[in-house]
Every structure is written in structure tokens, then in C-alpha cells.
Design a protein around this ligand. Structure first.
Ligand code: ARG
Length: 575
């Protein structure tokens, strides 16, 4: 049961989409098709225009060879402001510069540019760190990619539900409480809670090997927790959760991220029994060495899903099953995404398959959105002790380097610290988002923070540069008296790049690939830089010309901040 296709009216016609709609509407009746069935592509060679329709698919229907069909259509078609031509089996379309500038420069830069009314209910579960441990650099990807996807869905008119599935349940919390009872220090918990808890946990783990009573204590403590009583153990665990959350929140604040629901694994605790009973009633459970499993060979998965241990405790997968079911009951979502590293692929395959075996038709709406690892460029990011670097340390270092760069480039700048925070954090996020999600990412400081090349700071700089020119102009662009013909040719490349952003937004959301928006923004940035390098804006003799260029710059600036905003990245006014 997949979501129904979107009604055509839900697709906006901003930017180049406006012309795409004209093209498909004109071509469709000539080949007896619905406009929505025509998939326009992007010609491989730029000089062939902005859109292309491969004619292979339709030639059979008309009894012609594809090149003949393309040629015939090119002759027959008349579309306002669009010129059609045939190249082999392709029907290519080139948009007239003036009309394009007119449409694109009016649409782009609006806050709702490329937005839609898709109306789906989309859950995005992301970040989900484990409490009592630092958020490390590996949590960056889920956090940044998940938040970006949520923003893109939001822009497309989804009802978005952001969930943080904190790892806050399991036998390890018995250990932690037992360790706290032995060696816990109020003072250390107050100064650096996560560091203290991590040390307690590690120490317990080590000493457990020598002293088996520790293992017993931990088990007892977890039982106390699982009893659901409001006892001392539970109070301690709640405190650990809250202290951890305070630390996580600092990172979320820097990323500008919020959640609709902070629901850790423990939140589903009272739903586990019901879940297990449901699995039994569906007849999918079996006993295996005292444990309860669900066999998945019928689903082509060799490893069964363990849902209850021989000791009667539940597992990560049990809680995920309960969570999925509870979310379906509560939200009736159209899609529910789990933005979690590729190393957990089997886990998701397994629990999705369990739900399918239970006949839950909504299981097809669940989707694991995996991503590759972050690899740190050797040596530079690991501490001497070889410890994993925390996310906070990464951000601090990025900001420190950004500050140094600002000191060097613009020593007079008033609010350097604030700007460095925006650049450093933004650079880190952009670096994460500009790569294909499934690929591993190598994190190299020099590259991440460079003000040139395919980086966040480069785009932020372009934004700031436009702002500075606009401020110098001393007056806002006058859009009522904008003559697009004055800038049509010189801004053509930029308008194409700006005009393609709506499509990039849709594609990024469909493919769960924020990189598509990041790359579209880089093209806008590159074309924008060429534009203001080659076209002086201020001090022109012709005020109409100056105004037209101001419109271009203002649109460029607004689109950059809107587009980067979709990725969660802020822009400093000066840098
Ligand atoms: N807490 C887990 C971890 O840090 C990630 C949770 C992913 N989400 C889920 N529904 N299993 O590895």
C-alpha cells in the first residue's frame, strides 16, 4: 500500500517548471498522451536547451521512427517563449531569455519558492543518540540529513512529524545505575554529565570481569527499572536522561534543529507486552532455546528476528516494532522514514519483514534511509588517546577555524564570534549534505572550511557579497519597474540555475537526497559569482539597467538564503 500519486495541481509551477508545464501541455495532445505522462529531461549538452523529450517511447504509437517523430513535432509545435528543435530522437526545448528572466526573477527568492501542497503525512525519525554517551561525529549525518529531509517535506506541504528515538532503554542502564551507586560523584555529574557517565560505564564494564557481583547488581538494577515502579533506580535513570538531553540540546540548538517528539525507546515500554501478544496472535512467533523469535525465511531473510530473550527481556527490535505500530495508530502516516546509518540495514529489513508477516499493509510505508560513514582525514581529528571525537568538539574546531579565517579576511567585522559560529557550523552541515547520502564522507578541515570551491562558506560568502552590493546601492530593487529584457542575456545562466531549484527540491525529497538541493545551490552560487564579476551593478548611467541588475542580485541573495535555509544553514549578513 504505497501512497497514491499526487494530484497534478499539487505540483507547483515555479521557475523553469512554468515552462515545463507549457511544453508538456503543448506536446501531449500531438502524441495522444496525458501531459503528466511526459517526463522532460535535461539535455546533456547545454546548447541543446533547458529541456528535452526523448521520443523513443512514443514513436511506436505513431508508427514513426523516433528521429522522424522528433523532427515532425519540432515543426508542428508552437509554444510561447519556447523554441523546439530536434536532435536525432530528442525533441529539445530552449526557453527565450527575456521570458525566462521575467518568470524566474519574479518567482525565485520568495520564501515559498518551489513549495507545494502535497499534503502527505511524513514521519522523519532522526538523530536518536544513546543517552549517557556523547554524541559523536557519526551522529552528525543522521541529525543533519534527517533535519534537512524534514524541512524539504515541510516545504512541499507535508505534515511533518519529527521524532527523536533516543536510545534510553536496555540492560546497559542497569549497569549505569549500579555504577553510579558505587562510584558516582554529584560534582562530576554537574560539571560534565556525559563524560562522567561514560567513565562510570566503562569502569563498570572493566571491573565486571574481575568481580561477578557487579553483573548481578546491574541485572537487579535493570529489573528495578523494568518493574515500572517509581523507585530510586528510576529516579536516577530519569536524571541521567535529563542530563544527557541537556547536552544534546546544546548541539541541536547550534544546528537550529527541533523535534516534535522526544520519544526514547523507553516511551514504548508499556506497549511491549501488547506487541508481543499481537505477534503471537498473528502466529508468527516461535520458541528457540527459550527465546522468542520470528522466522523470516519466507521473506528471504536468513536471520530470524529475536523479539524476547530467554531471560524474558525485550530487545532493540521489539521496541522498534512497538514504536512503528504505535506511530501507525497515532499518525496514520503516508511515509515513515528512519534516517539511520547503513550498518543497521539488516535490523530494519528484519523488523519491516516481521510486520509484513503480520499482514500489516502499512509496513510498505516504512523506509530505512541509510547513509555512509564519516571518515576523518587521518590524525587530525582523533584525540591522542584515540578516543572518538564528540560532535561538540567538531563544531568547536570548525568555529575556531572559521574565526581565524574571518580575522584574516575581515578584521574590522563587528560580531566576529557570531559570524564564525554561523560559518563553522554551516560549513560542517553543508559538507555533510553535499555528498550522496550513501557514500562515505571524508572530513578534511581545509576542504570543509574553504571559502572557495564547493563549500558552505562559499555560498554564504556569495550571499553576503550580494547583500553588501545591495546595501551600497542604498535603495531596494524596484520590481514594479523591472525590465527583464535589460538583463535577459547576461543573466541567462544564472536564471537557468535559479529556475531549476524547484525541481531539485522535489527530487531531493523524493529520493531522500538533500545533496540534490546542495548541488543546485552550488550551481546558483557559481553562476551568481560569474554574474557579479562580469556585470557591474553600481554607478551605472542608465538607472533602468542598474535597477534590473539589482533585481538579479536581490533574487540571487534571497534564493541562497532560502535554499540554504532548507538545508538548515544560516547566512551571515557580512563575513
Ligand atoms: N540509538 C540508536 C543508535 O545510536 C539509533 C536508533 C535508530 N532508530 C531506530 N528506530 N532504531 O545506534
Amino acid at each position: 500500500m504505497s501512497p497514491a500519486p499526487l494530484p497534478e495541481s499539487a505540483i507547483p509551477e515555479d521557475g523553469l517548471d512554468h515552462f515545463a508545464a507549457r511544453i508538456t501541455a503543448a506536446v501531449a495532445p500531438l502524441i495522444n498522451q496525458q501531459a503528466s505522462a511526459l517526463q522532460l529531461e535535461r539535455p546533456r549538452q547545454e546548447e541543446h536547451g533547458e529541456f528535452s523529450l526523448p521520443c523513443f517511447r512514443f514513436a511506436a504509437g505513431t508508427g514513426e521512427k523516433p528521429p522522424a517523430l522528433a523532427a515532425r513535432l519540432a515543426d508542428a509545435i508552437e509554444i510561447a517563449d519556447v523554441e523546439a528543435s530536434a536532435v536525432g530522437p530528442f525533441l529539445n526545448f530552449r526557453i527565450a531569455s527575456t521570458a525566462m528572466a521575467q518568470v524566474v526573477l519574479a518567482d525565485a527568492g520568495r520564501e515559498d519558492y518551489g513549495s507545494a501542497k502535497e499534503g502527505l503525512t511524513s514521519i522523519v525519525e532522526f538523530s536518536s543518540p544513546n543517552i549517557a554517551k556523547p554524541m559523536h561525529v557519526g551522529h552528525m549525518r543522521t541529525t543533519v540529513i534527517g533535519a534537512a529531509l524534514a524541512r524539504l517535506f515541510d516545504h512541499l506541504g507535508h505534515k511533518v512529524i519529527r521524532i527523536n528515538h533516543l536510545g534510553d532503554w536496555g540492560a546497559q542502564f542497569g549497569k549505569l545505575v549500579a555504577a553510579w551507586r558505587r562510584w558516582g560523584s554529584e560534582e562530576s555529574l554537574l560539571t560534565d554529565p556525559i563524560d562522567h557517565l561514560l567513565k562510570l560505564y566503562v569502569r563498570y564494564h572493566e571491573e565486571e570481569e574481575q568481580d561477578p557481583t557487579l553483573g548481578e547488581d546491574a541485572k537487579a538494577a535493570f529489573q528495578e527499572l523494568e518493574s515500572g515502579e517509581d523507585n530510586e533506580t528510576r529516579k536516577t535513570w530519569i536524571r541521567f536522561t535529563q542530563e544527557s538531553l541537556k547536552e544534546f540540546q546544546k548541539v541541536y540548538d547550534r544546528f537550529g534543529i527541533s523535534f516534535d517528539y522526544l520519544r526514547g525507546e523507553s516511551w514504548y515500554e508499556d506497549k511491549l507486552e501488547g506487541l508481543l501478544a499481537w505477534l503471537d496472535s498473528c502466529g508468527v512467533t516461535e520458541e528457540s532455546d527459550g527465546a522468542t523469535i520470528v522466522d523470516l525465511t519466507s521473506e528471504d531473510i536468513k536471520t530470524p528476528c529475536l523479539v524476547k530473550t530467554a531471560h524474558g527481556t525485550t530487545l532493540y527490535a521489539t521496541r522498534d516494532l512497538a514504536a512503528a505500530r504505535s506511530r501507525w495508530d497515532e499518525f496514520s502516516f503516508d511515509q515513515s522514514l528512519y534516517v539511520v546509518g547503513a550498518e543497521q540495514t539488516l535490523h530494519f529489513q528484519q523488523f519491516f519483514a516481521v510486520l509484513r508477516r503480520c499482514g500489516a499493509d502499512w509496513a510498505s510505508r516504512l523506509e530505512h534511509v541509510p547513509f555512509g560513514l564519516i571518515r576523518l582525514a587521518e590524525g587530525k581529528l582523533s584525540t591522542r588517546a584515540g578516543r572518538v571525537i564528540s560532535l561538540k568538539e567538531v563544531l568547536d574546531r570548525a568555529v575556531e577555524l572559521a574565526l581565524a579565517a574571518v580575522e584574516e579576511k575581515n578584521p574590522e567585522l563587528a560580531n566576529k564570534e557570531e559570524v564564525a559560529e554561523i560559518i563553522g557550523v554551516g560549513a560542517t552541515m553543508f559538507h555533510d549534505l553535499k555528498h550522496q547520502r550513501q557514500k562515505d564522507v571524508v572530513f578534511d578541515w581545509k576542504e570543509v572550511l574553504s571559502f572557495e570551491g564547493d563549500t558552505g562558506p562559499y555560498l554564504q560568502y556569495t550571499y553576503a557579497r550580494c547583500g553588501s552590493i545591495l546595501r551600497k546601492a542604498g535603495k531596494p530593487a524596484d520590481r514594479d519597474n523591472f525590465d527583464s529584457s535589460l538583463v535577459a542575456e547576461e543573466s541567462r545562466e544564472l536564471c537557468i540555475a535559479l529556475g531549476r531549484l524547484p525541481q531539485a527540491i522535489r527530487e531531493a525529497a523524493q529520493k531522500r537526497e538533500p545533496m540534490i538541493v546542495a548541488q543546485a545551490l552550488l550551481r546558483i552560487g557559481a553562476a551568481g559569482n560569474v554574474y557579479y564579476r562580469e556585470n557591474r551593478v553600481l554607478g551605472l548611467e542608465d538607472p533602468a539597467q542598474e535597477n534590473a541588475r539589482l533585481v538579479v542580485l536581490e533574487t540571487l541573495r534571497n534564493t541562497l538564503s532560502m535554499g540554504l535555509g532548507l538545508l538548515g544553514i544560516r547566512c551571515p549578513e557580512e563575513m
